[in-house]
Design a protein. Structure first.
Length: 165
């Protein structure tokens, strides 16, 4: 009798992906190394100090998702851009597409995450997480993920250390 497929799914993915996707495995290792100090210092603590930041990020994510599907993927928007190629909506869509193509959102997120690491600032970390989230929503996942994780670790460390937990 074979085990249920969902019980072996994570191991099957790990076994299949390991030789083929070395970059993903290295990224997981880097994330675990960066998270270790936060985990070690945060034993027994609650995540209550991060609630405000989490709600802010959830609101920003909802806004960005609506912007993505309202401007980039909506058929009505495409129809309006075809009807008036010199219009404001077409310009916004073209600028957004250019920023996505040139990975600007991810690079801004990385720069802000570097600033957050250097300054050890919760506010800079939250801005870097917003920029990283923007990069993730607008298809700059490579650089956006790095910025989001780095800024999230700094934000978590600063907020939990400030609350004395």
């Amino acid at each position: 009798m074979w085990p249920r497929p969902w019980s072996l799914a994570p191991w099957g993915v790990l076994i299949r992906e390991t030789p083929a996707n070395l970059q993903a495995d290295l990224w997981i290792g880097v994330c675990l190394l960066l998270a270790y100090p936060l985990w070690r210092e945060g034993k027994g603590s609650t995540l209550r100090p991060l609630l405000g930041s989490g709600l802010t990020l959830a609101g920003v994510f909802a806004l960005l998702w609506a912007l993505r599907y309202g401007i980039l993927h909506a058929e009505l928007t495409t129809f309006l851009c075809v009807q008036d190629p010199a219009g404001l909506l077409y310009r916004i869509r073209a600028i957004l597409g250019g920023l996505m193509y040139h990975q600007v959102f991810g690079l801004i997120g990385l720069a802000l995450a570097g600033l957050a690491v250097w300054r050890r600032s919760a506010a800079a970390s939250l801005l870097a997480m917003v920029a990283g989230l923007t990069a993730l929503v607008f298809y700059n996942a490579g650089t956006g993920a790095i910025a989001f994780v780095l800024a999230g670790l700094i934000l978590g460390h600063r907020k939990l250390a400030a609350s004395g937990r």
